[in-house]
Design a protein around this ligand. Sequence first.
Ligand code: FE2
Length: 400
Amino acid sequence: MIKKINTEQIKVGMHIHDLNCGWMGHSFLTNSFAVRDDKTIQKIWDTGVREVYIDTQKGADIQEGQPEADVSIHLNQQMREIAAQDKGDGHHVSLGEEIPRARRIHVEANRIVRGLMEDVRLGKQIELEKVEPMVGNMVDSVFRNPNALLPMALLKNHDTYTFEHSVSVCTLMVAFAREMELSRDVILQIAIGALLHDLGKAKISDEILNKPGKLTDEEFDAMKGHVAHCISLLADMPGITPLELEVAGQHHERFDGSGYPNRMTGEEISLYGQMAAIVDVYDAISSDRVYHKGLPPTVSLKKILEWSDHHFNHALVHRFIRSVGIYPSGTLVRLDSGRLGVVIQQQEKNILEPLVRVFYHSRQNHYIQPEIIDLSKSKDNVASCEDYEKWNIDPQQWLS
Ligand SMILES: [Fe+2]
């Protein structure tokens, strides 16, 4: 049986099935291994992980713990409760109208962030004036209709990940802030902080940044340094605000104190730092990287929800899920009818029943005439979330 246990309950002789730490760097070769000695247990504790999954058929068992199936039932129940909360007003502009604008904004944002990172590498001064109007455009687009810009966050290339991730985190942060009903002035500042949150990575060598394999402890420590680099880069920037610094400086802090660089806990971390942590991890685990396959958006949300027992602010994670939906726009879903399609728009009153553009039949294995299905008016329901690669479907074609 696969079972979740607390890390304090790990004993020699157990078999770790999953270290359950998607975003954390660690120097174990895989997430699955036998616990042969106390040194291994200490090493697991040192990573800051609070709960792991063990395989009781391959190693020792204990009385305590929760079967994986029960964890899954509990998470699904929580997702339904989040979906049942009441939601505010809808979108102001149709998707068809917003998509061409969002596409231009997305291209421009990526170009600007790439330029900023190059400037940092060359030791040039960063000009905030370049960033502010573009972030303003992103905020406006998300407020007109978030379903246009948000799915573009799912399109990333391996070699351009660092700045595409920055743009995605910025977009997600705006959607999150919209759900939190923050003022426009605050949203602009935290969006700028989100866009610049990984600027310090421009000071990290490409060998570490793009290493295809696991980082060693030393390399991981160097990587962690990107936060300190970012803080010192931003602190030198004329016009930077305290909120922008909070977002960038606290995005790796964790609610239980297991984060870095300052091991802050709970409310010591500002609201915006806590939001940035959730958004950063969500985008990281849902993206394909050189060394891991991205999880489908809904699966990523469930992971964040699970980790919020320790690492994130539980209530904020609920709000974040409300902001992107249970099946975020851009998710490939299979319907009960066997049709496959991409989620194109959230129904703000019922995020369990989004609009889906179907275009493929999973049982007949062929493309079908594309059609938009409103799940709130159809007998069809989402049966599962699917992986684009598994179906040999190019997400670029359906997301941009
Ligand atoms: Fe980071």
